[in-house]
Write a protein that binds this ligand. Structure first.
Ligand code: M6R
Length: 614
């Protein structure tokens, strides 16, 4: 969480930094700040509690100028959102300023030592310890800023992406990273620094991704010098980004989330392009083909993920077990990493993460690697930490997902998992040819079917008005649609702040049915697939207790239509691809309820898009 951005060049830094902060605001938005060095070498910090817009308001009457600066948008970990806790932070003498994304685990010990040495703290953040430590080490050892950063980072335990500027050295930004992302943009006599490429792409598509424990010295007139915290010189390949600016704009939609929901037919086509051949006879995933033997001989698959990606993983379990007959465990990364799990060398670990930066998933991947397992990544962000720390993998290729609520990344994760399971099933011969071809053809038709569902947007918007003021919701599904029920509930919770629970429908009678009364909306996924009759019985049980049922049904359904209070009709598909369709109306329902409640849909309270702290 937190977004960091920096600029050094010949242009005015402030507008570039503010624009960059807006692009990174999805990473955190409880306070923001900038530090600039002007041409007289004066280092000034401006910061404000709230959004980037609040910082702009605060700065609007100030005479801010300078060609070098760093800026930060915060998601609070240590210390409440406030002006004092906002970044950048000054060192004791105010000659050094620093921004940070991550968590310093040993900050308390270091802080105590620094206080004993006469340092004073203005904030309750862990970050301030870093800038004070850098100044302390610099003064004590009489070294330059880069060496001081290097020495200080050797004392630090935790995760960091930092950018540091110094009053007496106004032609230099020092950056470093460990377990938090950092990208350098290479322009003509100008350099950019950011947590991801989105603030950079407008100016250059040439970037360098720093590795863990690397420091870069970024100066105006020479290429960045990269060294490790242990003083090893490094060289890095410059990577050409394929992102384009329009992917970072709302393109006429009121919110990124709605844009991303509507992009899904196209993003899923992009995800399948070159992987399913036109005649739908083959699925080609090089990440699997290159390691065919490992997959064929896998004892077990363990899927690691958090949040929405975990829900995708649960669908993955159903897919792999159905088609490949390989047992699958789906684990929350945060639990897996701390519970001494049994990992066999012939296990396949699949880590799913849109951002590729989720701290718990990254740590779980590391644990699995150390245990000797083969790790496959399903990530969206190209070059992200999880993508780089796995043995093999598949990108989802949906372009930047900016709305905090994951939508298009989720459906693309489902498509990748579907293609993976079919690819492995083919190698294992656990699915016969006719069935395999039929499934591939149907997967290929999914984008068209989603286009059809998106035409229901106005009807779902009208439906949402009936439920805007509900205090609770229950989502029910069975089989492949059980994870969709969980995902539907999560979408509603995170953007509308309405309490919602997802359940496997048959579990209701073991407790939750006690919650049902005429005030309780129940969203039931009741498409015409393997569990249809069973779900109908579950809906009857809800109706018998006066629950209000909104059912997602297959076109031409008559039975559920006659029982439910409201229905949303969607095209039929194979059981295994149902989640790709049933999830779409639930995304739209959550979106419209949140808009009706005037919630900040793209930046819901307390959340951040990329959870880089544990
Ligand atoms: O980037 P990741 O897929 O690893 O993120 C995992 C979760 O933080 C994420 O899915 C979160 O639950 C979303 N906000 C849900 O919409």
């Amino acid at each position: 969480m937190c977004g960091i951005v920096g600029y050094i060049g010949n242009k005015e830094a402030y507008p570039i930094l503010i624009k960059g902060l807006h692009r990174l605001e999805y990473r955190g938005y409880d306070s923001a700040g900038v530090a600039l060095t002007d041409k007289n070498g004066k280092l000034s910090i401006y910061k404000a509690k709230g959004r980037v817009a609040d910082l702009e308001e605060f700065c609007k009457d100030k005479n801010i100028s300078g060609n070098i600066g760093i800026a930060h948008t915060r998601w609070a970990t240590h210390g409440e959102p406030s002006n004092q806790n906002a970044h950048p932070h000054y060192s004791e003498s105010e000659s050094i300023a620093l921004i940070h994304n991550g968590i310093i685990e040993n900050y308390a010990v270091l802080k105590e030592q620094l206080i004993r040495n006469g340092y004073h703290f203005q904030s309750s953040t862990d970050t301030e310890v870093m800038v004070q430590l850098i100044e302390y080490v610099k003064t004590l050892n009489k070294v330059d800023l880069c060496t001081a950063v290097q020495l200080a980072l050797n004392e630090i335990i935790g995760a960091y992406a930092i950018a540091v500027v110094e009053k007496d050295n106004p032609d230099q930004i020092i950056v470093a990273r460990k377990s938090s992302p950092l990208v350098l943009g290479i322009g003509e006599d100008e350099y950019f620094i950011a947590s991801d490429a989105s603030p950079i792409i407008e100016y250059t598509n040439r970037v360098i991704y720093l590795e863990d424990e690397e420091i870069a010295v970024v100066s105006r007139h020479e290429p960045p010098r990269i060294i490790t915290i242990k003083n090893v010189e490094k060289t890095h390949e410059i990577i050409q980004l394929e992102m384009n600016l329009s992917q970072l704009e709302k393109g006429g939609y009121p919110h990124f989330m709605l844009k991303e929901i509507f992009e899904q037919p196209q993003t899923l086509r992009d995800c399948m392009r070159g992987r399913i051949d036109v005649s739908c006879q083959h699925v080609v995933l090089s990440g699997i083909i290159d390691h065919r033997e490992r997959f064929v001989n896998a004892r077990r698959i363990i899927i690691l993920a958090c949040g929405t990606s975990w829900h995708a993983g649960l669908v993955g379990k159903y897919l792999f077990e159905t088609f490949c007959r390989i047992p699958v465990d789906v684990e929350y990364s945060s639990e897996f990493r701390y519970r001494n799990p049994v990992i066999y060398k012939d296990d396949i670990i699949i880590a799913i993460s849109q951002s590729g930066e989720t701290a718990d998933t990254l740590a779980a991947v590391e644990l699995a690697r150390q245990a000797g397992a083969f790790v496959y990544g399903i990530c969206n962000v190209v070059g992200s930490s999880i993508a780089r720390n796995t043995h093999s993998g598949s990108y989802t290729h949906v372009g930047p997902e900016i709305g905090v609520a994951s939508t298009k990344a989720f459906t693309a994760q489902l498509v990748v998992l579907s293609m993976m399971s079919l690819c492995i099933a083919r190698a294992l011969k656990t699915v016969d040819d006719a069935h395999f071809f039929r499934l591939l053809q149907e997967l290929n038709r999914i984008p068209d079917k989603i286009e059809k569902i998106l035409k229901l947007n106005d009807a779902i918007k009208n439906l949402s008005k009936i439920f805007t003021y509900a205090h609770n919701f229950i989502y029910l599904g069975r089989g492949f649609n059980y994870p969709v029920a969980l995902e539907g509930a999560l979408k509603l919770k995170e953007i509308s702040y309405i309490h919602a629970e997802g359940y496997p429908a048959a579990e209701m009678k073991h407790g939750p049915i006690a919650l049902i009364d005429s005030e309780m909306p129940v969203v039931a996924i009741a498409t015409d697939n393997g569990m249809y009759e069973k779900v109908i019985s579950n809906i009857q049980e809800i109706k018998a207790r006066n629950g209000r049922v909104i059912a997602v049904v297959s076109e031409n359904d008559t039975v559920v239509k006659s029982i439910a209070d409201y229905v949303i009709e969607i095209p039929a598909t194979e059981d295994c691809f149902d989640p790709l369709l049933t999830t779409i109306p639930l995304q739209l329902l959550s979106y419209h309820i949140a808009v009706n409640k005037k919630r900040d849909v793209d930046m819901p309270r307390n959340l951040a898009k990329s959870v880089t702290v544990e």
